[in-house]
Design a protein around this ligand. Structure first.
Ligand code: GDP
Length: 299
């Protein structure tokens, strides 16, 4: 918890300060609530969410004297309530051999790093993992996944530069099967400037995987960078229009004051949030826990 709190310190210190400032009048009147709502919107919690949260804080407290600690606690409880339904670790689906997880997201959001971290957790849990470098367009992406593979001691299936990503995904699933792998994670391209091409590519990967396993991919995880704030919402919309996104992982919560975006995303999309990234190191992926996150967000 303390590391999560440290990771989210930029989000929490600004919110904490704002709340202390807003509640300085000591009385929870209409003006205070309005300012509180504004502070929450500024912290990227979103307009709708801010309204719901403020209502929850006002209930039984309106017109009464309050301390900032009390307001923070009430907010944390209300936020946790919003987050609880989406706090859901990436499930291990043992009936699939391997479970196929397609990882997508805009370049730079932390896809490859997150795959490296997830692989580490899976290996630690005793699972046999294979990675597939299907962002064949960027040589650097393939190299990076290779490094994560070495770090975790797991094979990385890669093709020639510019190889067909779908063909490679097919080969990867065949090889993962042959090796008796439990988990295959597929890294994909994230060139959002050419949406149609990206959509065709992702859909072709999925189509081809289904030839080997009609239920694959079993999970489609979208990786989002918290520092992009409201932009993350657009990214969810775009990827949802391309593929059936089944869950989210939000990265870079260590370096941003925009941690509130996670709450807004949870409310708006209701997609499971599997984990959060709080740093660049292999163990900087945390399970997403509603109460801990809400408390860390508020300092
Ligand atoms: P991709 O293009 O989506 O595969 O993104 P990468 O995995 O290459 O990550 C892009 C950059 O973000 C790299 O420098 C990573 O080290 C960094 N990164 C990824 N996740 C996190 C995180 O949770 N916190 C921080 N601070 N950096 C991260």
């Amino acid at each position: 918890f303390s590391r999560l709190k440290a990771g989210l310190s930029r989000s929490s210190s600004s919110l904490k300060e704002q709340i202390a400032h807003v509640v300085a009048r000591k009385k929870l009147d209409a003006e205070t609530l309005e300012e509180l709502e504004e502070a929450l919107i500024m912290a990227d919690l979103g307009v709708d969410t801010a309204a719901v949260l403020v209502k929850a804080v006002a209930k039984d407290r309106f017109g009464k004297e309050v301390t900032d600690t009390e307001v923070r606690e009430a907010l944390a409880a209300a936020i946790a309530k919003e987050l609880e339904p989406v706090a859901e670790a990436l499930p291990h689906r043992a009936r699939f051999k391997p479970q196929v997880v397609l990882v997508c997201g805009v370049n730079g959001t932390g896809k490859t790093t997150t795959i490296g971290k997830l692989a580490n957790q899976a290996v630690s849990a005793g699972l046999k993992v294979v990675l597939a470098a299907c962002d064949t367009f960027r040589a650097a992406a393939v190299e990076q996944l290779q490094i994560w593979g070495q770090r975790n001691g797991v094979p990385v299936i890669r093709g020639k530069e510019g190889a067909d990503p779908a063909g490679l995904a097919y080969d990867a699933l065949e090889q993962a099967r042959a090796q008796g792998a439990d988990l295959l994670m597929i890294d994909t391209a994230g060139r959002l400037h050419n949406k149609q091409a990206l959509m065709d590519e992702l859909r072709k990967i999925i189509r081809v995987l289904k030839k080997l396993d009609p239920e694959a991919p079993h999970d489609v995880v979208l990786v989002l960078d918290a520092t992009t704030g409201q932009n993350a919402h657009n990214q969810v919309e775009i990827f949802k229009s391309m593929v059936d996104v089944t869950g989210l992982i939000v990265t870079k919560l260590d370096g941003t004051a925009k941690g509130g975006v996670v709450v807004a995303l949870a409310r708006r999309f209701g997609l499971p949030i599997h984990a959060i990234g709080v740093g660049e190191r292999i163990d900087d992926l945390r399970s997403f826990e509603a109460t801990a996150f809400a408390r860390a967000l508020l300092g």
